[in-house]
Design a protein around this ligand. Structure first.
Ligand SMILES: [Fe+2]
Length: 194
């Protein structure tokens, strides 16, 4: 991933309504995501020439991990959402999910559980293990990256309160349940197959 803040998302802030409200999207993108980007560049002493992934693996100081991780995770997150969701996995990823979890419903339960049981702030991830091609669900705390040294992220869901508090207050489970309406499975499939 390049070090470039996405000034415009591929959809309007209100496009994911009613599942994710416009105000949450605007603040999340313009305030939270931008701050991670700005603070990462500050912590690095300027714009790095390496990719974001390379930076995450070579700068282990917490200011970089927190902010570069936050930049990276959110840059993926916006692309993993769409107002025109197929509402279910497609293609090779659909087959891999069915093979591992029997059905999309069972996969969804496992993924939601990863998000629900992450205490405090963090992310739930579906990722492909680069060494054996296996898909795995796990969660990470804070803005830790999804193991980019060993895994390719396919789907990540932000479970920080800033991602859902305005609309869902403390009801993380309701947010996780609603998000399946706006997942960009085409993007996840691309991540899986390339
Ligand atoms: Fe976030």
């Amino acid at each position: 991933m390049k070090w470039e803040f996405p000034e415009k998302l591929q959809y309007a802030y209100d496009a994911l309504e009613p599942h994710i409200d416009a105000k949450t999207m605007e603040i999340h993108h313009q305030k939270h995501h931008r701050a991670y980007f700005d603070n990462a560049i500050k912590a690095l002493g300027g714009m790095p020439s390496s990719t974001v992934e390379e930076t995450l693996l070579s700068h282990l100081e917490s200011a970089v991990q927190n902010n570069a991780g936050g930049f990276y995770n959110h840059a993926l997150f916006w692309q993993m959402l769409t107002p025109r969701s197929s509402k279910a996995p497609i293609g090779a990823l659909k087959n891999a999910i069915d093979a591992k979890w029997n059905s999309f419903a069972e996969f969804r339960d496992a993924f939601e559980k990863a998000g629900l049981t992450r205490f405090g702030s963090g992310w739930a991830w579906l990722a492909k293990n680069k060494s054996n091609g296996e898909i795995e669900i796990f969660s990470k705390g804070n803005q830790d990256h999804p193991n980019v040294d060993t895994h390719t992220p396919l789907l990540g869901v932000d479970v920080w309160e800033h991602a859902y508090y305005l609309k869902y207050q403390n009801r993380r489970a309701d947010y996780l349940n609603a998000i399946w309406n706006v997942i960009n499975w085409e993007f996840c499939e691309e991540q899986f197959t390339t």
